[in-house]
Design a binder for this molecule. Structure first.
Ligand SMILES: Cc1cc2nc3c(=O)[nH]c(=O)nc-3n(C[C@H](O)[C@H](O)[C@H](O)COP(=O)(O)OP(=O)(O)OC[C@H]3O[C@@H](n4cnc5c(N)ncnc54)[C@H](O)[C@@H]3O)c2cc1C
Length: 368
């Protein structure tokens, strides 16, 4: 179907939506992209991209603009709450032949994807109705306009309106953690991805290059604190390693709950869900962006290879299911270990932690 005048609407200009727009443009389509938010700056956070994200960016021909950004990460270090080493993962060895692991500000990845998508996003327009037509979809927008498409791609995140409008599923499920994120300048010098594992809580610091650090912390629970910075200091004030210096350097902290989306089907008629709208998980494995980028690559390949849109959507879903299911299941496995008391968990991690953590990515280092 390459080069055909297929009319495609992508809903959402996050990582998934922009990556889909990029992949479809490379495949000869000219999708419309609509985003409910204005192009205003939001509070930036960091993003850690494992090697399969780099591979997907290469397939989107965007590895060149990505390469100067952020910092390549060579090693993951796991420490106990006091800062004593538990285990390590050699990331260059784990992702050899796939791609580099990188940490960067989220806004910088979105900037690369937006340029790659051709830059034309319609902002401030939310989808309000999605009605099936024979071989297509009628879409209404909150600004009163409407249009017909051959395919609507819902890339509108874990709380997807498209998912509800197309009767593919309801609200996301809480995944059971409150997460705190911040960008830090002037903190300690840290070269590696460094996580301190406590009792039902963890504190992660990742270097982003140019003296910046990305701080990510979480605790079990669902109640959001009134003062996230005070709560972070209370939770992690007794931790060792780099934590005291990072806590001192913190200024603005974003807080939210983790959410999970698990659906029986990803498409209904000519409406398809991708990215977090289809398969959000808690960010424990840092695979959300990689899965969204891979979705885009595989969707474009499926549309190019199949004889019809319907066949392409079927092929797409059957190719993507095993990898996203793997991420969800390994995420749940790893989250369960947080409930194990450190006195039991830490000796196990000292002996076998490196092997256990590498195993969580086994399927993902294989072919896309
Ligand atoms: C705390 C946290 C930390 C994370 N850390 C990492 C990490 O380090 N590495 C990693 O790979 N992943 C990480 N993730 C996961 C990653 O952020 C997501 O998987 C990824 O952003 C999914 O992208 P998306 O485009 O599917 O959804 P989103 O990023 O949610 O984008 C959806 C877009 O759609 C727009 N939208 C929503 N509704 C509508 C509508 N009705 N009409 C039009 N537009 C709409 C939204 O405004 C938004 O721009 C993390 C997630 C969380 C919560």
């Amino acid at each position: 179907m390459g080069g055909s005048p297929l009319r495609v609407l992508v809903v959402g200009a996050g990582i998934a939506g922009l990556a889909v727009a990029r992949a479809l443009r490379l495949a000869g389509f000219r999708p419309d992209v609509t985003e409910r938010l204005p192009p205003a700056e939001s509070t930036d956070t960091g993003l850690y991209l494992p090697g399969n994200a780099a591979r997907a960016m290469r397939r989107l021909d965007l590895d060149g603009p990505l390469r100067p950004l952020g910092q390549v990460i060579h090693r993951q270090r796991f420490l106990d709450a006091a800062g004593a080493p538990l285990c390590e993962v050699d990331l260059d060895a784990l992702w050899t032949g796939v791609g580099e692991c990188r940490a960067l500000p989220r806004a910088e990845l979105l900037g690369v994807l937006l340029t790659g998508a051709g830059g034309a996003v319609r902002h401030g327009a939310e989808v309000s109705t999605v009605d099936p037509l024979p071989g297509g979809v009628a879409v209404g927008f909150t600004d009163g306009t409407s249009a017909e498409y051959d395919l609507v791609v819902g890339a509108d995140g874990p709380r997807s309106a498209v998912r509800t409008l197309a009767a593919l599923g309801g609200p996301p499920r809480p995944a059971g953690h409150v997460v705190y994120r911040a960008l830090v300048r002037g903190g300690p010098r840290i070269a590696d991805w460094t996580a301190l594992l406590g009792q039902r809580a963890g504190f992660l610091v990742v270097p982003l290059g140019a003296g910046r650090l990305y701080c990510y912390a979480d605790e079990a629970g669902t109640d959001l604190p009134a003062d996230p910075l005070a709560r972070l200091r209370e939770l992690f004030g007794s931790y060792g390693g780099p934590v005291p210096e990072v806590l001192d350097a913190l200024e603005t902290v974003c807080v939210e709950r983790t959410e999970e989306v698990e659906l029986g089907r990803w498409f209904h008629g000519r409406v398809l869900l991708v990215g977090d709208a289809a398969h959000a998980t808690a960010p424990t494995l840092s695979q959300g962006a990689a899965m969204a980028l891979e979705d885009a690559v595989v969707l474009a390949e499926s549309l190019r290879a199949a004889g019809s849109v319907d066949a392409a959507l079927l092929a797409y879903e059957s190719r993507r299911r095993p990898r996203t299911r793997w991420v969800r299941d390994r995420t749940r496995d790893r989250n369960r270990t947080r409930d194990v008391p450190p006195a039991l968990r830490d000796p196990l991690l000292r002996g076998r932690g490196g092997r256990i953590f590498r195993e969580h990515y086994r399927l993902l280092t294989g072919p896309l």
